[in-house]
Design a protein around this ligand. Sequence first.
Ligand code: ASP
Length: 440
Amino acid sequence: MKKVVKFGGSSLADAEQFKKAAAIIQADPSRVYVVPSAPGKRFGKDTKVTDLLYRMFHEAEEKKDFSETLNEIRSRYSAIITGLGLKGFTLDREFEEIEKEMLTEPDADFAASRGEYLNGRIMARYLGYEFIDAAEVIFFYEDGSLNLEKTTVVMRRRLERVPRAVIPGFYGQGFNRRIKTFSRGGSDITGSIVAGAVRADVYENWTDVSGFMVADPRIVSNPVRIETITYRELRELSYMGASVLHEEAIFPVRHEGIPINIRNTNAPEDDGTWIVESTCQKSGYVVTGIAGKKGFCTVLISKAMMNSEIGFGRKVLQAFEENEISFEHMPSGIDTMTIVVHEDEFKDKEQRVVSAIHRMAGPDSIEIESDLALIAVVGRGMKSTRGTAGRIFSALAHAHVNVRMIDQGSSELNIIIGVENEDFETAVKAIYDIFVLTQI
Ligand code: ASP
């Protein structure tokens, strides 16, 4: 049994959290590869070390004095080192190098990556594990995307000879051999890459919540936890998952059929949530999760006899493509098609898109509406259960929510409902209540 364990920033924010993480690792000898994030927030208004590092970079770039920020960062690490009682261990040399880089050639990715690099150094020392710099084992293509093939081969070969190691999250080696980071929250991706490369049995992702909840706890109080969710369900619920797990963290493990277990560093006894390829486990409720987001726009395009006009849809979509706008959903009628887009991405370009649609597709009319919220109701159990849609809509009607759009994915895994922004919370609560609360 081989497990890769990734600890998020709040799990390593100070020495006390470090000790909890170490106790978790030591409690199970199969937890052999550890991927740390940079120290996160210790309390609500605290600043993440990664944000301090970006601040330091900006100051250095503008040739301002960055010593105060550097000292703040240094003191975060000193407090951890002292709190862990690591005698004779310092990061002085590393900090000298950081300072030198900032003075000579400040680079944002290099600066940001030091958060996990330094935390990795401490973690390796504390555990007595080997430290492997992510820049030696993770590679990017020239266009900035991850070179998973090369990474997997190099990482696998390197780790074959190392039974236990700490590999810092969030960065690797760019095409130009300089440090390159993933997008924010990217340590989740590193953990997934390591798990995929060593063909781990489990990728444990330790964070500060006990997994995914059926609905957002800011909307529904004390929602029940999702025990098992499939990768596909999670994708459909991507509005929900983003804050717990980086979207791009799924691919490397999914590729190897490795499950992800989301766990809580502050409550290690909780089983957390399992993310798996497929399962015969029933989700307990017909619905696995409910998630949504406000701030969408709909573009309704009408044209008589649209259904028989070949290429109409392509021309419409081309108008969006040319303006570099991705669309979220596309429900259609016989003479209409609706494109649902993110309002903030769309609003500055809307008139350009409208004229492009007119130019390319010659519709009869185009109507734009805003303030739409989308809610995804997702569940692998929906396919075999009658009346799911009926229950959703009667719950919404009872809650006096007007449904503006409905889109059921053909996989029968999800139903997407569009409501007014202002009805969003009421709608999520109503759906949660009908599927979960009334079943408990
Ligand atoms: N430290 C980085 C961030 O704050 C990456 C991570 O924590 O996963 O985004």
